[in-house]
Design a protein around this ligand. Sequence first.
Ligand SMILES: [Fe+2]
Ligand SMILES: [Fe+2]
Length: 135
Amino acid sequence: MLEWKEEFRIGIDAIDHEHRQLIDLINKTLSLIEAENQTGQNKEEILNHLGEIHAVTSAHFALEEQEMAQIKYPEFAPHKTDHEALLDSLLDIMDETTPEDSTLLRRLEERLTSWFSNHFRTFDAAFHRFGSATN
Ligand SMILES: [Fe+2]
Ligand SMILES: [Fe+2]
């Protein structure tokens, strides 16, 4: 499970709020997938859950990218590239999902947990430092 940590706070209320919402959604979804794994997987359901994570995450990235563009953030391109890498791997995981796949949950959890905790601490925190320094 992905756990909210104080060190993830970047100090922009709207973004911190969305980060917490994302963590909640991801944890809720992982539990649902786990429950479905135990009762026999329903591919359709799992794809719906993954699709929701993808949609909410890409809406969040769009907000962040809009703010970065607004303040002419010089590290915009690599930050956006990191966002796209996560969205691509979510799509890959969706493509690879089969009803028999017992490793899906673990792969999804590993990818999301490591990506988000790294990204919050590095890219998002750097964006906030730049924004505070130029204000
Ligand atoms: Fe973010
Ligand atoms: Fe970001």
